[in-house]
Write a protein that binds this ligand. Structure first.
Ligand SMILES: Cc1ncc(COP(=O)(O)O)c(C=O)c1O
Length: 368
C-alpha cells in the first residue's frame, strides 16, 4: 500500500446537495416537480449567450492559453484592475486551496467564523493547516471582537459576504477593520453571492488593501456551476505566487469562452437578481404567516436560514420530511459545523418551487 503524504489531514468529505433525479427516483415524484433548494444555483440556468459561446468554443484539439488571459483581461476591465491582478480557477473552491497552500505552511492557522462554508476548514485541514473557529453569537450574528482579537495568531483570515449560511451582509466598515487588523495576514473575502445583495460588496477595497483578495464565482448568479469557473482579484504580490503554484492548464477553452460571454450578459444578470429579490420577499412573507419557523437576520442572498421553532421537530427530521415531499434543502446539522439541529439552509427560487416549499412546510407542521 502507498503511504500518503503525512500532512494530509482531512477527516471528512464534502457533503453535496442531493440531485433532483435521486429524489424523483427514491420518492416517485416527477423530476420536474422536485424543488432543488440546497445548492444555491441560478434557477434559470446559464445565460443563452454563455451556452452559445461554449458550443462555439468546441474546438478542443489545442492547449488553452495557460493563464486564461482572455478571461482575466475581461474581468480586470470590468472591475477596474490589471489582468495581472486576476487569477482564474475551477470555481472559487480551487482558488481557496491555492490560497491556503501559497500563504500558510503546515501547522499555520487559518481563521473563520463558524458556521461558515465548510471548504474553508476542509482545505485548511487537508495539508495540516489548523482552522481557528470563532463562534457566531447565539442569534448567528458576527462576533467581531473575538474575530479581530484572533487575527494576530493566524496566517489567513476568511470572510464571506453575504455570509453563508445566514445570508447576512457584511458592513464595509467591518471588512476594513479586519483588513487593518491583519497586518501580516492575508484576508480572503468570499463574495460568491454578492450579486443578490444589490451592492458592490468589497471589490473596490482591493485598491486600498494589499493584503485582501476578493473571490467571485460563475456558479451562482451566472448559472454556470457545472462549468467550474471562479476568480480572485488582489494585489499582484498576492496573485503572482499563486500563478506559479496553480496547475498550468487548469482552465479549459470552454470555461474561458462561457465565462467571458456570461460576464457580458448584463440583462440576464439583472433579470436573475430582480426575480430572486422578488421571490425572497414572497417566500419570507409566507413563512412568517406559518408561525412555526423564523428566519435568521435579513438575508441578502439567494438563500435564507430557517430556524425551526417547534421543539417537536429538528433539522434532520425536517430535511427527510421535505425530501418525501419533493423539496431538497440543506440540513444545517450535516452541512455546517456548530450549527446544531434547528436550522435548514434553503434557496430562493422561482414561484413554483417556493409554493411547493410553503406547502411542504405547512403539511409537515400540521402533521407534527
Ligand atoms: C460561500 C461559498 N463560497 C464559494 C462557493 C463555491 O463556489 P465555486 O462553485 O465557485 O467553487 C460556495 C458554494 O456553494 C459557497 O457557498
Amino acid at each position: 500500500m502507498f503511504l500518503s503524504n503525512p500532512t494530509l489531514g482531512t477527516k471528512e468529505a464534502y457533503v453535496p446537495g442531493l440531485t433532483q433525479e435521486y429524489v424523483a427516483k427514491t420518492y416517485g415524484i416527477p423530476v420536474g416537480d422536485v424543488a432543488k433548494l440546497g445548492s444555491a444555483e441560478n434557477p434559470f440556468g446559464p445565460s443563452p449567450k454563455a451556452l452559445a459561446a461554449v458550443k462555439e468554443a468546441l474546438k478542443v484539439e489545442s492547449y488553452p492559453e495557460w493563464t486564461a488571459r482572455a478571461l482575466r483581461e475581461k474581468i480586470a476591465a470590468k472591475y477596474g484592475y490589471k489582468p495581472e491582478q486576476v487569477i482564474c480557477g475551477a470555481g472559487e473552491t480551487e482558488i481557496m486551496s491555492w490560497i491556503i497552500r501559497t500563504f500558510a505552511a503546515p501547522g499555520d492557522k487559518v481563521l473563520m467564523f463558524v458556521p461558515a462554508f465548510p471548504i474553508y476548514h476542509m482545505a485548511a485541514e487537508n495539508e495540516g493547516r489548523v482552522p481557528v473557529f470563532i463562534k457566531m453569537t447565539d442569534d448567528l450574528d458576527f462576533n467581531w471582537d473575538a474575530y479581530l482579537a484572533a487575527i494576530k495568531d493566524v496566517r489567513i483570515v476568511f470572510l464571506t459576504n453575504p455570509h453563508s449560511p445566514t445570508g447576512r451582509l457584511l458592513k464595509l466598515s467591518d471588512i476594513r477593520r479586519v483588513c487593518e487588523a491583519a497586518k501580516d495576514q492575508l484576508v480572503v473575502l468570499d463574495e460568491a453571492y454578492i450579486h443578490f445583495s444589490n451592492t458592490n460588496g468589497g471589490m473596490d477595497l482591493v485598491k486600498e488593501y494589499k493584503n485582501l483578495i476578493v473571490l467571485r464565482t460563475f456558479s451562482k448568479v451566472f448559472g454556470l456551476a457545472g462549468l467550474r469557473v471562479g476568480f480572485g482579484i488582489a494585489d499582484e504580490s498576492v496573485i503572482t505566487p499563486m500563478m506559479h503554484l496553480k496547475p498550468t492548464w487548469n482552465m479549459g477553452a470552454l470555461q474561458v469562452a462561457g465565462a467571458c460571454a456570461a460576464l457580458d450578459d448584463d440583462e440576464y444578470i439583472k433579470m436573475t437578481i430582480e426575480t430572486i429579490a422578488k421571490m425572497r420577499k414572497y417566500i419570507l412573507d409566507k413563512i412568517a404567516s406559518l408561525n412555526r419557523f423564523s428566519v435568521v437576520g435579513e438575508p441578502c442572498s439567494n438563500f435564507f436560514l430557517l430556524r425551526i421553532e417547534d421543539p417537536a421537530l429538528d433539522s434532520t427530521m425536517m430535511f427527510n420530511e421535505l425530501l418525501k415531499r419533493g423539496v431538497i434543502v440543506k440540513d444545517g446539522s450535516i452541512s455546517f459545523i456548530n450549527l446544531g439541529k434547528r436550522y435548514l439552509r434553503i434557496d430562493v427560487s422561482l414561484q413554483k418551487q417556493m409554493d411547493r416549499l410553503a406547502w411542504a412546510l405547512t403539511d409537515i407542521s400540521n402533521a407534527a
